[in-house]
Design a protein around this ligand. Structure first.
Ligand code: HMG
Length: 383
């Protein structure tokens, strides 16, 4: 039996800031952000969105009544949790009208957790093939105003429906995992912004990719030429490009050109949104599949997942004949319709995001066009 990703859908906020404008405001050369970091726009998440509303907004449009009846596992992977006890997945399951018989859990290991959720879901479906599982990576990436990490912020959620005989991608049971205690990026409970050793984290990312990718090639007796495309966790899109370049010496000149061309499609949406943490690898996959005209059924796609702290995984999937039917094909238009805010407006929204909400305080949510919004808090319960 074949198991994998049946549907994918993405949600972010309706607001963004232009990276050339942000570079100007930070006295940086625009090309540092546009080329050196590889980001053109960055999602600005208003206080009316949190990890729960983003996750629900990502999943809602793709679910049919039949999907809703079949889902018996809901995983929300996030490092932007709103509660130390209660799982974001419970709120999400209620917002989506899912069965109360579904298992609902939150998973955490930095940006890696959605991959852990996806593999757990795939194993679950291998045992229960008539069921479906919903896996969502949802986050708001924050490093702080004027910090080196600032141009690598962003936010949003990618929802994936996992089933038997999936429309999009069959997941191969071939993962290679590496995990070890590394202090490259972390966020103690009392911080709303991540702490990061930026250059070190980028080096560890490459080390982890090389380790799991080379081990994969050895274990599977595989070759770089077996892959139609490689996709990467994209904390900023240049990071994925650096990882790809690290294996290009193994490729012929023609293969290099092809892999680099696929990569440009894979980084298209992340370039416009920024880091999603848990969702970033999967936004890259969605971007590749929506944008790239040169893929075909049967193509082997490699996926590199990385979460600081650190955990990496390389695995593969096989593209299915009707993969376009499971995709969020309207996404380019939705991104184009977003509203641009200036740097002062972005800073004000950033400073209000994730602040403690006072009881009975109503948030300014009327201008947020999303289906699910955070309206405020009553008796310390988010509404
Ligand atoms: P920085 O020190 O501001 O940047 O921090 P820089 O001076 O290294 O410049 C960046 C690049 O721009 C360089 O290119 C420059 O040469 C280039 P590179 O050498 O890297 O190829 N540059 C220019 N290019 C064209 N025209 C110009 C120009 N000027 C400079 N005029 C850094 C950059 C990424 C370190 C910082 O933004 C940061 O700390 N970001 C956050 C950490 C991060 O994203 N790490 C990635 C790996 S860890 C990870 O992926 C996990 C994560 O997602 C978290 C999780 O797991 O939960 C982060």
């Amino acid at each position: 039996m074949q198991v994998g990703i049946d549907k994918m859908h993405f949600a972010t906020s309706h607001l963004y800031v232009d990276m050339a404008e942000l570079a100007d405001a930070r006295q940086q050369a625009p090309d540092k952000y546009l080329i050196g970091i590889g980001q053109s726009q960055m999602a600005v998440i208003p206080p009316s969105q949190d990890t729960v509303t983003l996750a629900a907004n990502a999943a809602y449009p793709m679910l049919t009544a039949e999907d809703i009846a079949a889902i018996d596992l809901v995983v929300v992977a996030t490092e932007s949790g709103i509660d130390n006890s209660k799982a974001a997945a419970i709120y999400v399951a209620k917002l989506l009208g899912l069965s109360k018989r579904a298992r609902t859990i939150e998973m955490k290991e930095a940006c890696y957790a959605a991959t852990a959720g996806l593999q757990l879901a795939a194993d679950h479906i291998r045992v229960h093939p008539t069921k479906k599982a919903l896996v969502i990576g949802s986050d708001i990436a924050r490093y702080g105003l004027n910090s080196a990490g600032e141009p690598t912020q962003g936010g949003g959620a990618v929802a994936m429906l996992v089933s038997a005989d999936p429309q999009i991608l069959v997941l191969n049971d071939d993962s290679v995992v590496l995990s070890d205690d590394v202090m490259d990026f972390w966020r103690p409970l009392y911080h709303t912004e991540a702490l990061v050793d930026g250059k070190y984290s980028s080096n560890i990312y490459i080390d982890y990719f090389q380790d799991v990718f080379q081990a994969y090639l050895k274990e599977q007796s595989a070759d770089l030429a077996d892959f139609a495309a490689l996709t990467f966790h994209l904390p900023y899109t240049k990071m994925g490009l650096k990882a790809l370049r690290s294996v290009l010496p193994m490729a012929t000149t023609d293969q290099q050109t092809t892999l680099l061309a696929h990569f440009e499609h894979a980084r298209r949406f992340s370039r416009q949104v920024g880091n999603l943490y848990t969702g970033s690898l999967y936004l890259g996959l969605l971007s590749l599949l929506v944008s790239d005209p040169d893929l075909k059924a049967g193509d082997l796609i490699g996926l590199f997942s990385y979460g600081s702290g650190a955990e990496g995984e390389f695995y593969t999937g096989r593209l299915q004949p009707n993969y376009q039917r499971g995709l969020d094909l309207e996404l380019p238009q939705r991104l184009a319709r977003r509203q641009r805010v200036n740097v002062a407006e972005y800073e004000a929204l950033f400073n209000h995001q994730l602040q403690w909400i006072a009881d009975d305080q109503q948030l300014d949510y009327q201008n947020d066009p999303q289906r699910f919004v955070l309206t405020g808090q009553v008796n310390e319960q988010r509404q």
